[in-house]
Design a protein around this ligand. Structure first.
Ligand SMILES: *Cc1c(COP(=O)(O)O)cnc(C)c1O
Length: 217
């Protein structure tokens, strides 16, 4: 399936994050050899171990909920953090990036699904966070856009409306805070079961695991 998906996302000018969580290093190496460069993981320790044993030009994206006390382990090498959902986490990312004399790319994660269990900000929490932003953050944190997960449902209309809502949130935040900042350009939405809908609704980055690697245990 990788070839078809990579071709599809390429044709639509959408970035493909191959979600390799739970999958062995050998599976990642095969995809890397086929040309895949961005890989997504949701656990810090797993990402660190894979980083250490795989080619150093792989771009590692952290896509899952991130605890503040674990930021330090990925700060030296992480390419993007998709799951920024609090001012405290953002502050920690800033401090760890400063220590490493680097700049970390982040996405603000929004809660767009009906389910209570999914992490993420709402628009009010996000504007509160952005209104109070320390200007020094700009030295070590690059705001690259938004991320969200649709509800786990087979109802395409629900999924489509949630993706549409995320696109609107992106536009609102872009206009209010980042209209002059070309880095703020990504809408990370779409997984194995819904990436085609996400792309129709304006996704710029899809995160696909099982459709590429097969089902996880
Ligand atoms: C696991 C995961 C994915 C990929 O899910 P698939 O259904 O296997 O494509 C995407 N995004 C996040 C945040 C995930 O945790």
């Amino acid at each position: 399936m990788y070839k078809e998906i990579a071709e599809y996302t390429n044709t639509h000018h959408v970035k493909l994050v191959a979600v390799s969580k739970t999958k062995p290093v050998a599976d990642i190496q095969i995809l890397y050899d086929a040309g895949q460069i961005i890989f997504g993981e949701n656990k810090v320790q797993e990402m660190v171990e894979k980083y250490q044993s795989l080619p150093k030009d792989i771009q590692w994206h952290l896509i899952g909920h991130l605890q503040k006390n674990k930021v330090k382990y990925i700060a030296p090498f992480v390419s993007m953090i998709h799951s920024v959902d609090s001012a405290e986490l953002l502050d920690t990312i800033y401090k760890e990036a400063a220590k490493n004399e680097t700049k970390i790319n982040i996405l603000l994660q929004f809660h767009i699904a009906k389910e209570e269990t999914k992490f993420g900000l709402d628009i009010e929490e996000a504007t509160n966070l952005l209104d109070k932003l320390d200007p020094r953050y700009a030295n070590h944190v690059s705001f690259c856009g938004v991320m969200g997960m649709a509800s786990f449902t087979s109802d395409e209309n629900i999924i489509r409306n949630e993706f549409r809502a995320l696109k609107t949130i992106f536009q609102t935040i872009k206009n209010k805070y980042f209209s002059a900042d070309p880095s703020f350009c990504e809408i990370s939405m779409g997984m194995s079961s819904d990436y085609k809908i996400a792309i129709e609704e304006g996704s710029t980055m899809v995160r696909i695991g099982s459709a590429i690697f097969g089902h996880r245990p």
